[in-house]
Design a binder for this molecule. Structure first.
Ligand code: FES
Length: 319
């Protein structure tokens, strides 16, 4: 896990209802100091109740040094993090918060297409601010169940017809064929939202150049049962510490290295946050994360050791 040394004590200064089911938190340092700099697409690890750590995208102003803003959907059937925020956490409460980390960086481009589904608007909101600052051309396609459930519509309204709001209640679903059917030159696509939406976006990625479509997932991609059934032991050698271990088929590299005394920073343990990303010095990773792009996976230079394994019998890691 990330340790207390990696976090800062913060206070919930304000909670605001942004839509039905979404509340935003304004977090300020308890010591009154300035918060770390962040870039659009970055997230924080919030250390919630009983060791629960959850990642939430920053959706405030990156130039605001006095605090952070994150927004959280109440997932009644989720794993409990959002329930804790909505039902227990209140202004004045304190919690440990990691430094911002960005796995969904907004790369420079003259033109952007942003696609957000539901709470996926959070990283996109900060990206829109940055696109405006850069003078880039952009458009947003924002889908949700109903306008009452869609956060930040008030903040988006000044952007006029750059913002296309589509509600299932009245309009159906986002027309991804119309939005992505033909690749556009000099355009980057950033999409964030539920797995169904991102899977559909990936389905339209074929005509776009590699790297032009960038996704952020809130939930890990499912690993097919037949993939898991075919897992073999993997020998892992940690080059710097000199420790080596064999990873059994039913254990992760991260679990095995922890048991062997190797300290690796980690957080989500499901391949979505990037905290455990480790450099590969030799061997061929079998990537199972929901984070690296296909070209990054093909390069084989890093691996998320909380979920990924190896195609080779042995992996040498920079640990
Ligand atoms: S701990 Fe989050 S990707 Fe591995």
């Amino acid at each position: 896990m990330t340790t207390d040394a990696d976090t800062v004590a913060m206070m919930v200064r304000q909670m605001r209802v942004e839509s039905s089911g979404v509340v935003s938190l304004r977090l300020e340092r308890q010591d009154g100091g300035a918060v770390d700099r962040w870039t659009p697409g970055a997230h924080l690890d919030l250390h919630l109740n009983r060791g629960t750590i959850r990642q939430y995208s920053l959706c405030g102003d990156p130039d605001d040094k006095t605090g952070y803003r994150v927004a959280i959907l109440h997932e009644v059937t989720g794993r409990g993090g959002s329930r804790h925020v909505h039902e227990t956490l209140r202004p004045g409460d304190s919690l440990s918060v990691s430094a911002p980390r960005n796995n969904f960086e907004l790369l420079p481009s003259p033109r952007y297409v942003f696609i957000a589904g539901g709470i996926g608007i959070t990283p996109i909101l900060a990206m829109i601010g940055e696109a405006e600052r850069m003078g880039a051309d952009w458009e947003l396609h924002y889908g949700g169940r109903a306008r009452t459930s869609m956060a930040f519509l008030d903040e988006l309204s000044p952007y006029g017809d750059r913002v296309h709001v589509v509600t299932e209640e009245t309009d159906g679903i986002l027309d991804l064929g119309g939005i992505l059917g033909t690749a556009r030159e000099g355009t980057l696509v950033y999409a964030c939202g539920p797995e169904g939406l991102l899977g559909a976006v990936e389905g339209f990625a074929g005509s776009w150049p590699d790297g032009a479509i960038r996704l952020e997932r809130f939930k890990a991609k499912e690993i097919p049962a037949d993939t898991l059934a075919g897992d073999r032991p993997v020998r892992v050698i940690c080059e710097r510490s000199g420790i080596s271990a064999t990873v059994a088929p039913d254990r992760t590299i991260l679990e095995t290295l922890e048991e062997s005394g190797v300290d690796v920073p980690n957080s989500c343990r499901e391949g979505i946050c990037g905290t455990c990303e480790t450099r590969v010095l030799a061997g061929t990773p079998d990537h199972r994360d929901s984070l690296l792009s296909s070209s990054e996976q093909e390069s084989g230079t890093t691996i998320m050791i909380c979920v990924s394994r190896a195609r080779s019998d042995e992996l040498v890691l920079d640990l």
